[in-house]
Design a protein around this ligand. Structure first.
Ligand SMILES: *[C@@H]1O[C@H](CO)[C@@H](O)[C@H](O)[C@H]1NC(C)=O
Ligand SMILES: *[C@@H]1O[C@H](CO)[C@@H](O)[C@H](O)[C@H]1NC(C)=O
Ligand SMILES: *[C@@H]1O[C@H](CO)[C@@H](O)[C@H](O)[C@H]1NC(C)=O
Ligand SMILES: *[C@@H]1O[C@H](CO)[C@@H](O)[C@H](O)[C@H]1NC(C)=O
Ligand SMILES: *[C@@H]1O[C@H](CO)[C@@H](O)[C@H](O)[C@H]1NC(C)=O
Ligand SMILES: *[C@@H]1O[C@H](CO)[C@@H](O)[C@H](O)[C@H]1NC(C)=O
Ligand SMILES: *[C@@H]1O[C@H](CO)[C@@H](O)[C@H](O)[C@H]1NC(C)=O
Ligand SMILES: *[C@@H]1O[C@H](CO)[C@@H](O)[C@H](O)[C@H]1NC(C)=O
Length: 460
């Protein structure tokens, strides 16, 4: 017994002699008197208590997952231009409903034209047998709306040489029967393979637009365009924010780009909601797929809901040439309401979001007619500054380590290496105790020879 005691005390004595844990060293120093040793012991206890207390409060603070907001404004020589969607307040062209006046290429299916007209005049009898096989598709509906050449007089990208961009507009539907045109959108374009459109400080998009209000087929109270500024990878949907522009003015839109970075669970830094980490889009390999966006998710969710509820979809939802389109009763009793309903879609925000703010200045164009039909819009970046609003964890794991290191050093003179030393000494002691036990057992009782020890013997 005395042997093991001696051995342990020599192990620990050695450790205490060399350690930086001055409190322990002094407490166990045999040269100090009992009073001094007690005082040192109290010091160690108090300092240890402080260390434990501050570490616990610090960990609890970390587990609150607080975040701080950091805003930075950075100059960029080039910025990606947003997508612009234009929707005429009446997208349908009166002339296109005069089937006898149209040539064969532009002639819409007369039944589709009849349906649209009856619906918008409020005289549609859904159960009429003449609609039995009618499934209005986008191709036919497109023919009834204004074409891009009707609404655009001139469209130039001045960069710094002007180049026409009229052919860069593609057709999108904001809601049923509302035909819109999107510039620089790539959400719907599976074959997109270009470099993103970049703007420099002096690049300007110049649009001279015509509402064609004399040809408005059904709505004549409000004249103008609805304009959406959105990210090229995002679609617009029924509730996207927009503003309405009336003819007779020259509008100057100056955009500023804002990027938001939110933190996902457990921080939930966007209004206490989780956000979704987004992987980069896979450009270059196969068909183009836009990265996740909230607007895209809402559109997909409405498509899914309509598809499962009605068994078919309509032109304002996601579709390709294999989709089943709704017939008239399905369209009116199911798809129209489910595709625009406010019902909850569980669409998280992406953790990295780009938004565009804009400032607008306008002045009247010289009135050449009593009630104008045309207007001019120029769009450019205000300054090439990108404002980034970033949520960051208030404390991260490194902070915990440095806190622990600081307090351990400050209170006890310890470091991580001291901890290793301590562990080593403890292991050494355990080993010594184990050995001692083993020796004692060996010396008191010698176990009988185990026949199994010899593997050549069959024990069973
Ligand atoms: C349809 O077009 C024809 C030929 O252009 C014209 O004579 C007729 O008045 C038009 N009808 C309507 C209702 O606009
Ligand atoms: C709608 O059409 C159906 C079938 O043609 C007919 O029975 C019904 O009376 C019509 N309803 C109205 C309000 O015209
Ligand atoms: C769209 O519908 C018309 C009939 O209304 C049909 O002739 C045409 O083939 C359809 N187009 C597509 C792409 O399905
Ligand atoms: C898709 O993008 C490509 C360029 O990458 C363009 O040539 C094509 O016209 C676009 N398609 C549509 C439908 O806009
Ligand atoms: C819509 O349905 C597809 C396949 O059925 C699914 O992969 C996708 O996650 C669904 N989207 C939403 C927003 O529910
Ligand atoms: C349907 O779309 C695919 C690819 O988008 C195309 O290859 C195919 O020809 C289309 N089919 C019809 C009938 O338009
Ligand atoms: C303990 O006893 C075994 C046989 O029972 C022996 O082989 C071994 O060497 C002994 N160990 C010590 C440390 O004496
Ligand atoms: C145990 O094995 C050794 C060699 O493997 C052998 O010489 C000895 O006789 C064996 N003893 C027993 C009890 O089987």
């Amino acid at each position: 017994m005395a042997g093991i005691k001696h051995r342990l005390s020599s192990i620990w004595g050695e450790f205490l002699n060399e350690t930086t844990l001055h409190g322990c060293k002094n407490t166990f120093n045999k040269q100090h008197g009992p009073l001094k040793r007690t005082l040192w012991f109290l010091c160690v206890i108090i300092m240890g208590g402080i260390l434990v207390y501050t570490t616990c409060t610090f960990c609890m603070k970390y587990l609150d997952f607080d975040f701080v907001t950091r805003t930075s404004v950075i100059y960029n020589p080039e910025l990606e231009f947003p997508a612009i969607t234009l929707c005429n307040l009446d997208p349908l062209d009166k002339n296109k409903f005069n089937i006898s006046a149209m040539d064969d290429i532009h002639k819409a299916d007369p039944l589709v034209a009849d349906y649209v007209e009856q619906f918008l005049r409020g005289s549609l009898n859904v159960s009429d047998s003449k609609w039995l096989d009618l499934r209005p598709n986008e191709t036919e509906l497109n023919k009834l709306g204004f074409g891009i050449h009707d609404i655009i007089r001139y469209a130039y990208l001045i960069d710094p040489k002007p180049s026409p961009v009229e052919s860069e507009f593609s057709i999108t539907y904001r809601k049923p029967l509302e035909k819109c045109f999107t510039f620089n959108g790539r959400y719907m374009n599976k074959t997109y393979d270009r470099k993103p459109l970049k703007f420099k400080a002096d690049s300007i998009l110049f649009l001279h637009l015509d509402t064609n209000k004399d040809r408005y087929a059904f709505y004549s109270q409000a004249v103008g365009f609805r304009l959406f500024l959105h990210h090229p990878d995002e679609p617009i949907h029924f509730r996207s924010p927009s503003s309405v522009f009336s003819p007779g003015y020259m509008y100057e839109i100056t955009i500023s780009e804002k990027r938001y970075k939110y933190l996902p669970t457990p921080y939930n830094s966007y209004q206490n909601q989780d956000c979704r980490q987004v992987e980069k889009s896979n450009q270059g390999s196969g068909e183009y797929r836009s990265p996740y966006s909230r607007a895209g998710c809402i559109l997909e969710c409405r498509t899914n809901r309509t598809q499962s509820l009605c068994g078919c979809i309509i032109e304002s939802l996601l579709h390709d040439n294999s989709s089943v389109l709704c017939d008239i009763p399905q369209r009116h009793f199911c798809a129209m309401s489910s595709s625009t309903s406010r019902e909850f879609c569980d669409c998280k925000r992406p953790c990295l979001e780009t938004k565009y703010d804009y400032e607008l200045s306008s002045f009247p164009l010289t009135p050449n007619r009593q009630t104008p039909s045309e207007f001019v819009v120029t769009i450019s970046f205000k300054d090439m500054m990108v404002t980034t609003v970033e949520h960051e964890p208030e404390l991260d794991f490194g902070d915990i380590i440095s806190h622990l290191g600081g307090y351990m050093g400050f209170c006890l003179g310890a470091s991580v290496l001291t901890l290793f030393e301590l562990v080593e000494v403890v292991l050494k002691s355990l080993k010594a105790i184990g050995l001692h036990r083993h020796c004692t057992v060996n010396s008191t009782q010698i176990p009988p020879a185990n026949p199994c020890e010899n593997h050549t013997t069959d024990c069973n």
